[in-house]
Ligand binder design. Sequence first.
Ligand code: VAH
Length: 319
Amino acid sequence: KILITGACGQLGSELTEKLRSIYGKEEVVATDIQDPPESISDGPFEYLDVMKKDAIAKVIDEHDIKEVYHLAALLSAKAEQNIELGWKLNMDGLLHVLNLAKEKSLDKIFWPSSIAVFGPDAPSKDTGQNVALNPTTVYGISKMAGEQWCSYFHENFGVDVRSLRYPGLIGYKSLPGGGTTDYAVDIHYKALKNEPFSCFLDKDNALPMMYMEDAIDATIQLMQADESDIEIRTSYNLSAISFTPEEIAEAIKKHMPGFEISYDPDYRKKIADSWPDSIDDSPAREQWGWNHEYDLNKMVGDMLANIPKANPEMLKAKE
Ligand code: VAH
C-alpha cells in the first residue's frame, strides 16, 4: 500500500485523491497532524507526526506500506517565522522516511523539493538543473540538504527515492498553507468575490508556477517511470509557466474586467526576490517525457470556472 504524509496539505490532498483513483481508495493511507478535508475523509486516514520515527514505522507495519509520498513540511514563509521547527520537521521527517525505506526495503519514495533550492546567485531566467545551490531561506536550505540525502540513500543503500523541484502550485481543490507563491491562489478568490486584491509581492516579481493538474501528472509520471530512466537522484527541475502578479492580474481581468490589484510587499518579497523567475526543466522532458498542459490563460480560466463549483462557501465568507 501507499502512505502519504502531509496528506491534508495543498499538494497532499490532491495527490491522495489522484492516487486513490489510480490504485483504489483502500490502497492509499492518508496521514497528517490535522483533520482530513472532506475530499479525502472517505478513505484510510491516520494522525501521524513525521518527527516521530516509531510512529511512522507503526503505520508502515500496520498497513503493509511499500511506497511513501513524504509531503509533510513547513513551507517557505512559515519556516522563515519558525526556523527551528522548519529545519527539524523538514529534515528529521525526511531522514526518518529514508531510514525506514532502507530498514524495511520499501519499493519507492517520493519527496518534493522546490525551486527554493536556488539562491540569488543562480541565473534568474531558465535556471538550469546543475547550477550552484545557495538558498537563502530556511525552507530552501532544508530542501537543498534533503536533495543530497535522497541522492546519498539511493547511492549507498539503493533506496529508490524520486524527487521534483516544484514551482509554485496553483489549484482550486485545496488551499495552500504558508507558501510565498500562495498569492496566486488567493487572487482568484478575491476576483470571484469582486473584492480588490492586495498582493504581498511586487508587480514585477516573476516566479516559476504550475497548475496543480500538471504537478499531479508530473508526479505520477515520475513515479511510474522505469528506474533506468531516472538519471537524477537529487531532484528534477520542473516547470510550466512563469508570471508576475501584474501578468496574472491581467489574465484575470480578461474574465473579470472590474478586477483591481494593489501591491503591498511584505517579508515574502525578499523570499521571492531570491528565487528564479523561470526554470529550464529539459532533463525531465528528455529523460521521462515530462510536458505541461496548462499555460497562464488556460489555468486562470480553469480556476475561475471551478472555484465556484468546488468551494462555494469560500466565496460567501466576507473577511
Ligand atoms: C512555497 N509553494 O512557496 C511553496 C513552493 C516554490 C514555492 O515551494 O514555499
